[in-house]
Design a binder for this molecule. Structure first.
Ligand SMILES: Cc1ncc(COP(=O)(O)O)c(N)n1
Length: 591
C-alpha cells in the first residue's frame, strides 16, 4: 500500500519508535520535535518502555501485527512525507517495519540505529543488528549512528578494508567509517561525534589525560557522507557542558525527518537539525535525578512567554462565567511563576569517551536576561526599532540620500564593531568564548567586503567609502561601546553590543513579515537590506548572541546582584539610544 497523497502544504512526518514514558526520548521526543519544526507528527509504537532520567526499568514489545495495523492506518489515510525509525527492539519487529516501508514508497527514510540508551539499557537485541543491516539499512535515505553504534555496524560491512578502525576516534576514522557504512545501502551516512573527545584547535583525538580538561570547551564534529557525490560535510557545534542530554539522538533524527518532510535537502536538513538539537541541549531541562531531557520548545523561551502567546486567543470578559474566580486563578498563576523564577543549581557533567567529572553551576529557570534588558528599556527599544528611518525602509519612502549616508557611515561602524569583538575575544574567560568572538571578527570582515559590493550597487565607490569622515553619531556610539568593554568585563561589552545585534534582528524580522512591506517588496529599494537581516544566517547569529548573554548573565552572577543588573540595563539603554542617534544621523544627513 503506497502512502496517501498530501492535499495540504503541511509536511507530514512519521516516527516508528519506542515510547519513553518519561517524555525525554523515543516517540515523545520525536513528536515534540515534529511540532516544534512545524510538521504534522504521527507515530507507530514498536515498544513501550518504563523509563525516566535514571534508566529503563521495563520493556514491553508491541506485537508485530499491531505495528502493522498502526502503520497501515497512518499510511492509508493521512500519508507520510518523511519517516524515521528509532527503537525497533527485535529482529522480527525490524523485519516487519522493513516490509511495511518497502511497500509504502515513502520519499525519505531516516534510520536512527538506536542500540543502547544513554542510561545503559539495551534497546536492541544484540542478535537484531544483522536484521537491521540486512533489511532496513538498504531502504534508508540516511542513517544516523553515533560513534559506538557505527563501530557495531562496521562489524557487518562485508570486505572490511584493512584501513577501517576498530573503534572510531578521529575525524579521519569517522570519514572512512561513513564511506564503509554507505556500502550497506543508505545513500547518506551521518556519524555523530558527540562521543569523541577532540582538540578544539587541531581537531586531533585527545589523549586520555587531556580529554577531561578540554572537553569543557570542546567541540563536536558530525560527519555527513553522500555516497553518490562522495562528498563529506562536517558540522561543528560547541560542546555543551550538561548532564541533560537524554533523547539527543532521537531529537536530531526527528528534526532531520521533519526538515526533509518540509522539503529541505539532506545536507540542509542535517545542518538545521544539528542547530535545532544544539539549542535544545543548550536549553535542556534539569528535570529528574539522572540525565535530564532536552528542551524541545526552547523557542517559546519561558512559561511566561508561552502564556503571553496565548493572550491573543483568550476570550474577553464575556468569556468568563465568574470573573472573580478567573481573576483569582490569574493571581495564583502569577504567584506560582514568581516562585519558579530564579536560579537553580544544576549538576553539570563534563563527558568524554574517557570519563566524566561533575561540576555545579547556576541555571536560571524562568528568567531571560535579554528579555529583562528589552523590557527595562522598552521605550528606547521602540524608538530604535520603529524609528522613522526604519519605517521609511518598510514602505520605501526613506530618501535615498539618507540611506546612502547611513551606508557610508555603517562601513566605518563595521570597522569598530570588529574591534569591539576583538576586545570581547580578549576579555573572554575560556577558549570557546575567545573563539566565538574571534569568529565574529572574521564574519564582520567578510560582511565588510559584502558591504563594499552593496554600496557599489548604490553608486558609492570604494574610494568614496575610504574617504568618508566619521560622523559624530558614529563616533559616539562605537567609542562608547569600546569604552564599556575596556572599563568593564565581557558581559558589560556584550550588553553594549546587544542593541545592535538584537535590534537589527528584530527590525529585519518585523519588516520581512509586515504584510505591507512584503506586498510591494518588488518595488521596495530597501528589500535586499531587509532580507539580509531577516535571513537565517543573521537570525542564527542573533540566537547565538542571546544564548551567550543568558549564559554570561548566570556566570557573572547577575541574578544575585541587583546593582549589576541596573548598570547593565543602563549600558543597554545608552547603546539603544546611540542606535537611535545613528538613524537620526542618516535621517538628517548630518555631519
Ligand atoms: C524509547 C527510547 N528510544 C530511544 C532512546 C535512546 O535515547 P537516549 O540514548 O538519549 O537514552 C531511549 N532511551 N528510549
Amino acid at each position: 500500500m503506497t502512502t496517501a497523497i498530501n492535499p495540504t502544504k503541511v509536511p507530514r512526518a512519521l516516527t516508528v519508535a519506542g515510547s519513553d514514558c518519561g517524555g525525554g526520548a523515543g516517540i515523545q521526543a520525536d513528536l515534540k520535535t515534529f511540532t516544534a519544526l512545524a510538521t504534522y507528527g504521527m507515530s507507530v509504537l514498536t515498544a513501550l518502555t518504563a523509563q525516566n532520567t535514571l534508566g529503563v526499568t521495563d520493556i514491553h514489545a508491541v506485537p508485530e501485527d499491531f505495528v502493522r495495523a498502526q502503520f497501515t492506518a497512518v499510511i492509508s489515510d493521512l500519508g507520510v512525507d518523511a519517516m524515521k525509525t528509532g527503537m525497533l527492539f527485535s529482529a522480527s519487529l525490524i523485519e516487519t517495519v522493513a516490509d511495511l516501508v518497502r511497500d509504502a514508497q515513502i520519499p525519505y527514510l531516516v534510520v536512527d540505529p538506536v542500540m543502547v540508551a544513554t542510561s545503559g539499557a539495551h534497546l536492541l537485541a544484540p542478535d537484531a543488528v544483522s536484521a537491521l543491516v540486512a533489511s532496513l539499512l538498504p531502504l534508508a535515505t540516511l542513517i544516523t549512528p553515533n560513534a559506538p553504534e557505527a563501530d557495531v555496524l562496521l562489524q557487518h560491512v562485508p570486505d572490511r578494508s584493512p584501513g577501517l578502525p576498530e573503534r572510531i576516534r578521529s575525524i579521519a576514522d569517522m570519514k572512512s567509517a561513513a564511506a564503509a557504512l554507505h556500502t550497506l545501502g543508505p545513500r547518506y551516512v551521518l556519524i555523530k561525534g558527540g562521543h569523541l573527545a577532540l582538540d578544539p584547535v587541531t581537531l586531533d583525538p585527545l589523549h586520555d589525560e587531556d580529554a577531561e580538561a578540554t572537553a569543557q570547551d570542546g567541540i563536536v564534529i558530525d560527519v555527513l557522507y553522500d555516497g553518490v557525490t562522495r562528498e563529506y560535510t562536517l558540522f561543528k557545534s560547541s560542546r555543551v557542558k550538561t548532564l541533560n542530554t537524554h533523547g539527543t539522538g532521537c531529537t536530531l533524527s526527528a528534526a532531520i525527518t521533519a526538515l526533509l518532510a518540509s522539503g529541505a535537502t539532506v545536507p540542509d536538513a542535517v545542518r538545521r537539525g544539528v542547530a535545532y538539537t544544539h539549542q535544545a541541549i543548550v536549553h535542556a531541562l534539569p528535570l529528574g535525578q539522572g540525565h535530564g531531557p532536552l528542551n524541545h520548545a526552547f523557542h517559546l523561551r519561558s512559561a511566561t512567554a508561552a502564556t503571553a502567546l496565548l493572550e491573543d486567543y483568550l476570550p474577553g470578559p464575556e468569556g468568563y462565567v465568574d470573573e472573580s474566580v478567573a481573576n483569582g486563578k490569574v493571581a495564583a498563576v502569577a504567584e506560582e511563576e514568581e516562585k519558579a523564577e530564579g536560579a537553580v543549581e544544576d549538576r553539570v557533567v563534563v563527558l568524554s569517551d574517557y570519563g566524566w567529572r561533575v561540576e555545579s553551576r547556576l541555571i536560571p529557570t524562568q528568567r531571560s536576561f535579554v528579555q529583562l534588558l528589552k523590557n527595562a528599556c522598552s521605550a528606547e527599544w521602540h524608538a530604535y526599532t520603529k524609528h522613522k528611518f526604519v519605517l521609511g525602509m518598510a514602505d520605501s519612502t526613506l530618501p535615498e540620500a539618507s540611506f546612502r549616508h547611513y551606508l557610508t557611515q555603517d562601513y566605518i561602524f563595521l570597522t569598530h564593531f570588529a574591534r569591539c569583538n576583538a576586545l570581547a575575544a580578549y576579555k573572554a574567560q575560556s577558549m570557546a568564548d575567545t573563539v566565538f568572538s574571534a569568529e565574529i571578527v572574521c564574519h564582520i570582515a567578510r560582511e565588510s567586503q559584502l558591504h563594499v559590493d552593496y554600496c557599489a550597487e548604490w553608486g558609492i565607490s570604494k574610494a568614496e567609502l575610504s574617504a568618508t569622515k566619521e560622523a559624530r553619531a558614529n563616533l559616539a556610539y562605537t567609542r562608547f561601546t569600546l569604552d564599556r568593554g575596556m572599563a568593564g568585563d565581557l558581559l558589560d561589552l556584550r550588553a553594549a553590543l546587544a542593541p545592535c545585534l538584537l535590534g537589527y534582528g528584530d527590525i529585519g524580522m518585523d519588516l520581512c513579515t509586515s504584510e505591507a512591506t512584503v506586498k510591494d517588496h518588488e518595488k521596495n529599494r530597501y528589500w535586499k537590506w531587509i532580507c539580509n537581516y531577516a535571513d537565517n544566517d543573521y537570525q542564527q547569529a542573533v540566537r547565538d548572541g542571546e544564548v551567550l548573554l543568558e549564559r554570561l548573565a548566570v556566570e557573572y552572577g547577575v541574578w544575585h546582584a541587583p546593582k549589576r543588573i541596573e548598570a547593565l540595563v543602563e549600558t543597554f539603554r545608552k547603546a539603544t539610544l546611540l542606535e537611535c542617534g545613528f538613524w537620526e544621523m542618516g535621517w538628517n544627513v548630518e555631519w
